[in-house]
Design a protein around this ligand. Sequence first.
Ligand code: AMP
Ligand code: ZN
Length: 152
Amino acid sequence: MSIASNASCIFCKIIKGEIPSFKLIETTKTYSFLDIQPTSEGHVLIIPKYHGAKLHNIPDDYLSDLLPVVRKLTKVLKLDENDTPEGEGYNILQNNGRIAHQIVDHVHFHLIPKKNDKSGLIVGWPAQETNFEKLGKFHEELKKELEKEEKL
Ligand code: AMP
Ligand code: ZN
């Protein structure tokens, strides 16, 4: 049972069994099930048993429990059989906020088999022009933020 639960959240209801799901692996902190609108066969969702809309809302112990479940699911889906860069692959996707394509406001990781160009995740990647001076300045700003974070 999740510690933080939201009575109106569809994924909290799935965790509690109040609405049905095609369950796969479940641990004390993680739940996984088939996506009902798959982008490719084997499209799976993996969720923490903790209600939070965005990744930063989820405690570390829930996040630590979740990624090994994703790894086990790659085996269940036989996505681990191709160790070469060519041929079938898979994507892990985790959206935060409407602008980032999040629809359900309970953190979820998509595991999406990528078997061809037409199914699975299709990515837009608008790489921006930059230069080392600009990146260096940004890096300095981030290092200051990191120092503050370390003092917390
Ligand atoms: P996102 O755009 O990252 O918020 O993705 C939400 C995902 O949840 C979509 O891929 C939906 O198909 C999926 N979804 C929504 N409701 C359910 C449900 N009841 N059971 C399984 N998957 C669901
Ligand atoms: Zn929830």
